[in-house]
Write a protein that binds this ligand. Structure first.
Ligand code: NCD
Length: 300
């Protein structure tokens, strides 16, 4: 049974395969429009989402699949009555051919996959991982920079609770000559386990405390929102805001990424800058998620 649970399951080769398939779908969508005609995809979101849910639903529909969906499973599914994820999957496996899940528990996707009856796609698990986001992030970096080796990447925002950051670091660590710079409020620093993971792959993590400490020739600035729903208490607002003046300190080849939704960390005055690519990034998610659905259902 194929699942998409963690970025850890990917290699350089499997990323190439996925990106090739995404390119093929993008260049000839008609060819793929009936590949999943007889399939039903269950979309179970226990946490809010715009892009991930709608892009998975669109991906399924564009491949000819039908969807069954609950946009607020925490409130409207039997989880509200205390049903476990495993029981939910056992039931859904009788209706659908694959299930996409977003849930506040870090182990939710693994728990769902442990039933091993239908492919599970992790669409965000607590503060743990969000592998499909990082796959589309890497696809976007490859498209924009033409390579995945030899990159200087700065990660900003919520490095503690940001699951997109966690999944992205695991994928970046597969490549050669990667430099990672971190800039966040102290309370949202990158957990030691990720610093150790990078170190074990020969990547030294460079923690910075101001924009001045970041190299001017960064290839990628990846900003994220403070995940206020994941903690209690007030740690204040984002301090490191990218606006026109800040972005102009960096090279004309530095791309600016964000998984979205953005709050205040990127000001709208940079949206028209050719280096800002967060909306393209979101669009790329569609092709990656189509490719992932084909792969897990053995229709690639
Ligand atoms: C992210 C998430 O849900 O982790 N959103 C997304 O899927 N693009 C980022 C966020 O919510 O801040």
């Amino acid at each position: 049974m194929k699942h998409v649970l963690s970025s850890e399951q990917y290699t350089r080769e499997s990323l190439d395969e996925l990106f090739d398939l995404a390119d093929k779908i993008r260049n000839d969508p008609k060819k793929y429009s009936h590949k999943l005609d007889d399939k039903i995809i269950a979309i179970m979101f226990y946490e809010p989402s715009t892009r991930t849910r709608l892009s998975f639903e669109t991906a399924a529909l564009k491949l000819g699949a039908k969807i069954i969906t609950t946009e607020n499973a925490a409130e409207f599914s039997s989880a509200a009555k205390g049903e476990t994820i495993q029981d939910t999957v056992k039931v859904i496996a009788g209706y659908a051919d694959a299930m996409v899940i977003r849930h506040k528990s870090d182990t939710s996707a693994m728990d769902a996959a442990s039933v091993n009856k239908i492919p599970i796609l992790n669409a965000g698990a607590g503060k743990g991982e969000h592998p499909t986001q990082s796959l589309l992030d890497m696809y976007t970096i490859k498209e924009k920079k033409g390579r995945l080796d030899n990159l200087k990447v700065a990660i900003l925002g919520d490095l503690l609770y940001g699951r997109t950051i966690h999944s992205l670091l695991k994928l970046l660590s597969l490549y050669n000559n990667i430099e990672i710079y971190g800039l966040s409020k102290e309370a949202f620093s990158l957990p030691q386990e990720y610093i150790d993971m990078l170190k074990s792959k020969g990547i030294e993590y460079k923690k910075c405390s101001s924009f001045d400490e970041l190299p001017k020739d960064l290839d990628v600035i990846y900003h994220t929102r403070i995940q206020a729903e994941r903690f209690e208490g007030d740690f204040g607002k984002e301090e490191f805001i990218i606006n026109k003046e800040v972005l102009n300190r960096f090279s004309e080849n530095t791309i600016l990424m964000h998984p979205l939704p953005r709050v205040i960390e990127i000001s709208t005055d940079v949206d028209d800058d050719p280096r800002a690519c967060y909306f393209e990034q979101a669009h790329n998610g569609l092709f990656i998620r189509m490719a992932l659905l084909l792969q897990v259902l053995d229709k690639a």
